[in-house]
Design a protein around this ligand. Structure first.
Ligand SMILES: Cc1ncc(C[n+]2csc(CCOP(=O)(O)OP(=O)(O)O)c2C)c(N)n1
Length: 339
């Protein structure tokens, strides 16, 4: 199997630039509500989505932007949806979490775990109506404690559905570390339903591509469902704009000044009692330590990782590619905001 790393990087870089642009619009107050990005998940999205066929189905969680863009959804339609405009993908009614793109059977939901039953349903339809096509579910490790996801693993195994369950494991469920709420071992859970499991580093797009290729091939052959467990980190924390969460979940890149600002804010007079604030501070520091322990000193950033490799291989080519993508994203943003 030859992997086109340039093509994968193009998907990841386009998604990274688009989501950064979305972040700026959100910061400017043009997008209402919370904003969850897939920054840090691009290696998983690209490794899987680049191998989907037009008839395949995709069930997504609250971080659906990257996979949808990588499936070649028009970024203008997507952005107008985020802006709440009637000319958006879902007439501005879905926001960034509840999306449906019928032409490529892709749906997302903010209900944690909902990608499981959606993908199982898509896969059941594929089994009867479109043999050889498959469904993919994307979800975080937090969803593994949702009954409906476990029921989906069970039914998929019993009915031998052509589905690949992709768990993007960042080891955090908003402010709750996974180990505090999830018993046992993720892979063992899926194996308990008889599903084969591939365990990969989600920041290594090549590894994800290899594992996803094997899992998708298995589903296409009618050999049944499987489970991809891919570890990752969310570079922006759980959602945009939460400095505490970002610091706690992304300890490798926090300049000391930012940390100092948080400590100062927590100890400022007024507001909650001092004892409570000191406790909050200790809690944040504990989380930083835990995250550093889980992730090590380097940022597990799939985009930077592949970029370094391609820069060493051919820097002018990389620059030209990035320039073209940056220009495409700029044009998409301008077009979406116009009219
Ligand atoms: C059924 C349900 N319960 C709770 C929530 C609130 N909620 C939104 S995102 C989230 C964390 C989900 O964690 P995980 O599945 O690991 O995904 P991550 O955000 O880490 O990518 C929670 C609890 C929800 N949206 N749906």
């Amino acid at each position: 199997m030859t992997i086109d790393l340039w093509a994968l990087y193009a998907l990841m870089d386009r998604s990274r630039r688009f989501e950064r642009a979305v972040g700026s619009l959100w910061q400017a107050g043009l997008i209402s509500g919370e904003m969850h990005t897939g920054l840090g998940e691009e290696g998983i999205a690209a490794g899987v989505v680049s191998q989907l066929q037009p008839d395949d189905a995709l069930a997504l969680d609250h971080r659906g932007t990257a996979p949808l863009l990588m499936r070649d959804l028009d970024p203008v339609l997507l952005l107008r949806e985020f802006l709440g405009r009637p000319d958006g993908l879902c007439r501005g009614q879905g926001g960034h979490m509840h999306l449906f793109w019928p032409e490529r059977l892709s749906a997302s939901s903010g209900i944690v775990g909902a990608a499981g039953p959606a993908a199982a349903g898509f896969a059941l339809a594929a089994q009867h109506l479109r043999p050889g096509s498959v469904a993919v579910a994307f979800f975080g490790e937090g969803a593994l404690n949702q009954g409906m996801l476990l029921e989906s693993l069970n039914l998929a195994a019993v009915w031998q559905l052509p589905v690949v369950f992709v768990c993007k494991d960042n080891s955090w469920c908003i402010t709750t570390p996974a180990h505090a709420v999830t018993a046992g071992d993720v892979a063992a859970r899926a194996q308990g339903f008889g599903l084969p499991v591939w365990d990969v580093d989600g920041s290594d797009v090549e590894a994800v591509y290899g594992a996803a290729g094997a899992a998708l091939d298995r589903a296409r052959r009618g050999a049944g469902p499987s489970f991809l467990h891919a570890r990752c980190a969310h570079l922006e924390g759980h959602f945009l704009g939460d400095q505490l969460l970002q610091t706690a979940q992304r300890p490798w890149s926090q300049p000391p000044a930012q940390l100092l600002a948080i400590v100062t804010a927590l100890l400022r007079p007024g507001g909650a009692p001092l004892a409570q604030r000191v406790q909050a501070l200790l809690d944040v520091l504990g989380r930083i330590r835990a995250a550093a322990r889980d992730h090590g000193p380097g940022a597990p950033d799939p985009h930077a990782r592949l970029r370094d490799r391609l820069r060493q291989a051919d820097e002018p080519r990389l620059e030209a590619l990035e320039e073209a993508i940056a220009s495409e994203v700029r044009t998409a943003v301008q077009t979406a905001l116009a009219g």
